[in-house]
Design a protein around this ligand. Structure first.
Ligand code: EPU
Length: 428
């Protein structure tokens, strides 16, 4: 059943919001567990739909998966013999499924992973994943919609340079290299905290990995890895969402579990725009109580630059902030679907190529809008909170993929947001 959020505008969100482990780390760490026979335990795992899909994918590879969403714990029991195929049915539901590619080639010498189709935020190729594995000695080709990588004689360390610091390609090359013979250097890698998280988990399994968090990772291959227990790094995008929620609604939110150091670019920009940002004992706090902060220019970049995943929130913020500003999207070519929906809410926003120019208005005007992905959906809910009257945000299943019980967290901060069944479309 499709659901929507009914959002009543007008609240200044005040209170605390708690973030748990990052979606974009937890899913990859589940795939990393494939590298070791035995029971690996992950803690601080978010209670989101994507974890269920990844659990199902791993089950089909022969892994025993026990997921307790309330406790935030996933136990993965990896047998000696595992499968090597990730079906289209699951990959299309969860693009992060591609992260089984590296571990499977390394462990089994073969991986058949369905090629994810283009999604709502751009075409998102796999060429860098393929080139990296080829450099390690795998044969890679695409056939009948599957990316097939084989390395029957095992992988061999190599010096690799990624043409672009892709998060997914960095992960797949890293997780393949840990069991390769000899030393691998990977240059121009992604530096996201989620990459550091994977490297730390690999180290605790016995892998020899250096340099995660910098632009060059060095891996000395080992023969085998051991299962481990690992806590997922806090979700910086969820934490950033709460920071923007405070700034956009002119409220004050303490983000418990948030790591300010992982959000230097967005928190620095909010501070310069007139918000108070303070590091607290349990996380950080953003306040815009009693004032209207200024709009600011944003250009998305790989970490530590401004994250593309927070771009829809920057747009929503600028739509009601004081002044005009430009948002530039440098990572995904089609990530501006939020703009047309914000325009329905009365935002003054124009797209020009990969830029969006906004002129802030005092208040948006409630209307029905449609989520197109996790982040745009959550950003539209925040837009509804600074709109006059009611905003109906449909496509809540997108939001559920990234934000555990979003509406409950918002209500705890004083927002009037309810989940309800979506009406059947009249022309279905
Ligand atoms: N790219 C290529 N070829 C490749 C790989 C990437 O051209 O082989 C391009 C993509 O088309 C894109 C850019 O490089 O234009 C960045 O892609 P990247 O590989 O860095 O992203 P990803 O691994 O597919 C992850 C997150 C995204 C997040 C991006 C960027 C996961 C599951 N997804 O995607 O998160 O936007 O990094 O930070 O980790 C989200 O959580 O809402 C989300 C979309």
């Amino acid at each position: 059943m499709r659901e929507r959020f009914r959002v009543v505008g007008g609240a200044h969100l005040v209170g605390q919001a708690t973030v748990v482990g990052a979606k974009n780390s937890a899913l990859k760490l589940m795939a990393v567990a494939l590298l070791a026979v035995g029971r690996t335990t992950l803690t601080n795992v978010p209670a989101i739909a994507d974890v269920m899909i990844m659990a199902e994918l791993l089950r089909r590879l022969g892994v025993g998966v026990d997921y307790d969403p309330e406790a935030g714990v996933v136990v993965l029991d990896v047998p000696e013999r595992i499968g090597h195929r990730a079906d289209y049915e699951l990959v299309r539901a969860l693009r992060a499924s591609i992260s089984v590619l590296g571990p499977l080639v390394a462990r089994v010498g073969e991986a058949d992973v369905a090629v994810p189709g283009g999604d709502a935020i751009g075409s998102r190729g796999l060429d860098l994943h393929a080139a990296g594995l080829e450099a390690l000695g795998a044969e890679v080709h695409v056939t009948h919609g599957y990316l097939v990588a084989t390395a029957p004689q095992g992988l061999q360390g190599a010096d690799i340079r990624l043409d672009f610091p892709s998060v997914g390609a960095t992960e797949n090359v890293l997780t393949a290299a840990v069991l390769a013979r000899g030393t691998t250097t990977i240059d121009n890698v992604a530096r996201e905290p989620e990459i550091v998280d994977i490297a730390e988990m690999l180290q605790s399994m016995g892998a020899r990995v250096e340099g995660a968090g910098t632009s060059r990772i060095t891996v000395h291959g080992v023969d085998s890895l051991a299962p481990t227990r690992h806590a997922v790094v806090p979700d910086r995008i969820a934490a950033g969402t709460w920071a923007f929620a405070a700034a956009t609604t002119r409220g004050q939110i303490e983000v418990v579990g948030g790591v300010a150091d992982h959000l230097r670019a967005p928190l620095g920009a909010l501070e310069q725009a007139g918000c108070d940002v303070t590091v607290t004992e349990r996380g950080f706090c953003v306040s815009a109580l009693g004032r209207r902060p200024r709009a600011f220019d944003v250009a998305t970049l790989p970490y530590p630059g401004f994250p593309t995943d927070l771009q829809p929130f920057a747009l929503t913020y600028n739509a009601v902030a004081d002044g005009s500003a430009m948002v530039t999207e440098n990572l995904f070519e089609a990530r501006f679907r939020t703009v047309q929906e914000l325009a329905r809410l009365g935002a003054d926003a124009q797209i020009d190529g990969h830029h969006v120019m906004t002129h802030g208005v005092e208040l948006l005007s409630g209307a029905p809008v449609e989520s197109s992905d996790i982040r745009s959906g959550a950003a539209l809910v925040l837009a509804g909170l600074v709109a006059d009257g009611e905003t109906l945000v449909s496509g809540v299943h997108h939001i559920d993929r990234g934000y555990p019980r979003f509406e409950e967290a918002l209500r705890a901060l004083g927002a009037d947001v309810t989940r309800e069944p979506e009406d059947e479309p009249p022309f279905a």
